[in-house]
Write a new protein. Structure first.
Ligand code: MCA
Ligand code: AMP
Length: 500
């Protein structure tokens, strides 16, 4: 089986792969050349062996993509770090993954150094110097990972305090993107406006690699900015985003003068595909988007562990509030609490797109998979309902401790544990409050330690050092106690009501 790396390296060398919003381009040939340089430096100068993990910290752009492809040419497993994390969180991921090296851009060298511990750094400039020093080794030019080798280790929050490393093999990633390409009609004529973060599978694979795999153009934005994205849509065919981005785009369209809005709407109408995913798209928001663009967004369901598993059709009826049907090759089952087939219950996914397992988490791996009819199924933790036509509607998570805010999956437990590390906090309980724009907003109820009066400003500042900004509570409640059941466990649905 060919891998995504094979597909990208097989694109016509002169064709444009990447474009910056200001119009600088990088060709597939340049990516091939640069990634061979990265592979040479990693293997020759840093002893990276097949199966090693390589971490990377870059801003979006050609060096990011060349490093990803170069690490794959060295047959390493890639861990994408982000500048959005505070040093403590990055350090924790590095400690868990134990990469052989961290490759970093000049911009993020200080941040990478802060999180590296004893792990050697490979600053981007040394890749240039190393390339110049020795040329490319034949080994780096020719090496290719096999389908069963590990491609990515991506961290996702779970029902424990510590994020888990999701291991995706090259074959699994290829199976995910091959099915997507077929369902969404991806081709080398596609131009994607890309403004998603790259440390999650949505931005990295579902959007970016999906387009590069078929020889299209990715316009990479450093961050999401609604007006810049709308401008870029004038010369693009595809946009993919989370519902919060859809909300920001619709707000920006509403705020335009009529002339500007008519022009922006015309560009959006000319695009062939606008996808919303990572969290539920409110139907009212989907309808507002359709009013401006002439089409309801194509909503689909995905997970870090699976890529996209279910989708509405490219052509044909997109049912608001539904995430559609399984992609080709994806096996979907709905089971009740006893594991029996049901119309409503937990969604299980099997087939070649399902990840290998969590990195060094035997217990999580034992709990996460079920065998049905000789087939391995992953327990998604999502409660769903099947309609008579076989379409799936997501009803919510089976655990109240998993939140989705602005498309990011968050663990309430992780945020609570961080809060409890503050000396003025005796106990903390975190819940998600419903929000049209963000899906859920993080809210924290705090029980202060005796003799203290913690404030939101103080706890917010403390948490900024501990957790990514998108995990920080936006609402606070200072209480003597929280609703609990007879066993003393917090009753979170009752706690949510106290924030109203
Ligand atoms: C920002 N704000 C928020 C939140 N985020 N308020 C409440 N909850 C939030 N989560 C507020 C800020 O307080 C601020 O308000 C204003 O919004 C702007 O903040 P800023 O930090 O600039 O926000 P942003 O940078 O514009 O971020 C919004 C975003 C970002 C671009 C939507 O969250 C994002 O990139 N999300 C994508 C996450 C993602 O890629 N998930 C995929 C995971 P004020 O102005 O009042 O100060 S993979 C996955 O889920 C699976 C596989 C799948 O299916 O795809
Ligand atoms: P992540 O771990 O960040 O990959 O998030 C995966 C989770 O996002 C899924 O288990 C769902 O709970 C949620 N999700 C993704 N797409 C959708 C969607 N279209 N509608 C509702 N929830 C979604």
């Amino acid at each position: 089986m060919a891998t995504i790396l094979d597909a990208i390296l097989a694109q016509p060398p002169h064709a444009t792969a990447l474009r910056s919003p200001s119009g600088e381009t990088t060709s597939y040939g340049e990516l091939a050349q640069r990634s061979a340089g990265v592979a040479t430096v990693l293997t020759r100068d840093h002893g990276v062996e097949p199966g090693d993990r390589v971490a990377m910290l870059f801003e979006p752009g050609p060096a990011f993509v060349a490093t990803l492809l170069g690490a794959w040419r060295a047959r390493a497993t890639v861990l994408v770090l982000t500048h959005l994390h505070p040093p403590k969180e990055r350090t924790m991921l590095v400690a868990d993954a134990r990469p052989r090296v961290i490759v970093c851009s000049e911009l993020h060298e200080a941040a990478a150094r802060e999180s590296a511990g004893a792990v050697p750094l490979v600053p981007w400039r040394t890749v240039h110097e190393g390339e110049a020093a020795g040329g490319f080794t034949t080994k780096a030019m020719e090496a290719r990972p096999a389908a069963h080798e590990r491609a990515l280790q991506m961290y996702t929050s779970g029902t424990t305090g510590k994020p888990k490393g999701v291991i995706l093999q090259h074959g699994q990633l290829e199976a995910q993107l091959a099915a997507l390409a077929e369902a969404w009609g991806m081709s080398s004529s596609d131009v994607l406006v890309h403004a998603l973060p790259l440390h999650h599978i949505h931005g990295l694979a579902i959007a970016m690699l999906n387009v590069l795999r078929v020889g299209g153009v990715v316009e990479m934005h450093a961050a999401f900015e609604a007006n810049a994205v709308l401008q870029a849509c004038a010369h693009a065919t595809v946009f993919m985003g989370v519902p919060t981005m859809v909300a920001r785009l619709v707000d920006a369209l509403d705020a335009m003068t009529e002339g500007d809005r008519v022009a922006a709407s015309a560009h959006l109408r000319a695009m062939r595909l606008c996808v919303s995913g990572s969290a539920a798209l409110p139907v009212s928001l989907g309808n507002r988007w359709a009013t401006h663009t002439g089409a309801y967004p194509l909503e689909r369901f995905g997970m870090t562990e699976l890529g996209v598993a279910l989708t509405n059709p490219l052509h044909g009826e997109r049912v608001p509030g539904s995430v559609g049907r399984p992609l080709a090759g994806v096996l979907a089952r709905v089971v009740d609490e006893h594991g029996a087939a049901a119309q409503e219950g937990e969604l299980l996914i099997g087939g070649p797109t399902v990840f290998e397992g969590y990195f060094e988490r035997p217990e999580a791996n034992a709990e996460s998979f079920l065998e049905i009819g000789g087939e391995r199924f992953f327990r998604t933790g999502d409660t769903v309902r099947l309609d008579d036509a076989g379409r799936v509607r997501i009803l919510g998570r089976t655990s109240v401790d998993i939140l989705k805010s602005a498309g990011y999956k968050l663990s309430a437990i992780e945020i609570e544990e961080a809060l409890r590390r503050h000396p003025s906090v005796r106990d903390a309980a975190v819940v998600g409050l419903p929000s049209e724009t963000y899906g859920q907003i993080v809210a924290a109820a705090i029980i202060g330690a005796e003799g203290t009066t913690p404030t939101a400003a103080e706890l917010g500042a403390f948490l900024e050092e501990e957790l990514a900004p998108y995990k920080l509570p936006r609402r606070w409640l200072f209480v003597n106690d929280v609703p609990r059941n007879a066993l003393g466990k917090v009753v979170k649905p009752e706690l949510v009501k106290l924030f109203r």
